[in-house]
Design a protein around this ligand. Sequence first.
Ligand code: SF4
Length: 422
Amino acid sequence: MVEPPRGGRGLKGCVLYIPRMSEEGPRLMAAAFRSLGVDARVSPPSTARTRELAARHLSGEECYPAHVTLGNFLRVLEDPGCEPERTCFFLPNAEGPCRFGQYAHLFRKVFRDLGYPEVRVISPSSRYGYEELRELDAAFERRAWRALVTADILRKLRLMHRPYELEPGAVDRVVDAGLADCERVLADPDLSRGPLMRGLVAALTGVRDRLRALPRDPGERPLIGVVGEIFCRLNEFSNEYVVRRIERLGGEAWLSDITEWVHYTRVMRRELLAEQGRRLSGQALKMLLAERVQTADEGVLLAPFREDFAGREEPHDMRRFLDAADPYLPFRGCLGEMTLSVAKVLWLHELGIDGIVDVSPFTCMNGIISEAVYPRMSRDLGGLPIRSLYFDGTETDLDRDLGMFLEMARAQRRRRAAAASA
Ligand code: SF4
């Protein structure tokens, strides 16, 4: 843990900025913070200025998510309306080979060097399953979890419908309107559990029904699983809009979601308690109860989408999901997203995926290790096309690479169809 939050009241009066990792999650997290009376906002969308500002203060050894995040925080600080003494940045960190845990220290140093020692950085840790969030307010952790589950559902609906829309932009308009409805629900401090859940379910099913009613292209597309480093795969600016490119080139993308990471950190937290001989401790019991409650909330939010997500289910037993990857990367030895990516390849292959794209920042250990394992996995999985892509903000001919990859995915789809009808 880098700096514990000073409680919900400690944040009141602050303007809290959440990094724009994806379109849906940060907006809903900010809404959940607003229910505590915190003026929470999402950091501005990335532009060329983001990279320019970050490059002035970073050495080049930091990973790309650090550049994008710092650059956008610096854009907040250079805004003439910004009040540094009220400004607070939210920067969750991660365990394993990830450097992100260092970035809260680094960012504070950059802010101090720039003459903003009063700017705060809040950095809950994956090592503790982000349980510091509970310290903000007893109910906040639960509301934040609902925000993440809701964000994942909205993103999945967007991904499943957008490639087939006949009117460009129609799906994004429907999903964005639903996102705004969910923000209103999550930001409302007066809603207790029941009304809040009913409000979210109503907003989500409204999106579902409006999407179902849109005219749809009946054509078939290869389905591409997008795995890899969480920030880079979810942040469109960082991954050069890889999902939209896959769609434009004739594919459909299925992105690994955010809640997958939270489920993973819980497994790892349990492992840590077991290692410390605290498997039956009060701490373990508290965790178990919190997990039960959150799993129940997730079930309520997902229930109306059983039909929509049939064949696209997420693993519900995270331990078994990780154990399946053991022949390639044992999760107790290889901490971090590399294990999740490898396990997800196996999972998606079972669901009948046509190809996998692994999205990682340049020099990220997670992507490098996964890439080393993929050739063997591809052989074991009947030639499943798997392609690692690295991003650092420099230009590459991504459309050419993806175009070739999609041809391989189409061939894989034909092979599977032929094998099924043989
Ligand atoms: S996973 Fe890799 S790219 Fe992502 S923050 Fe960690 S070190 Fe950087």
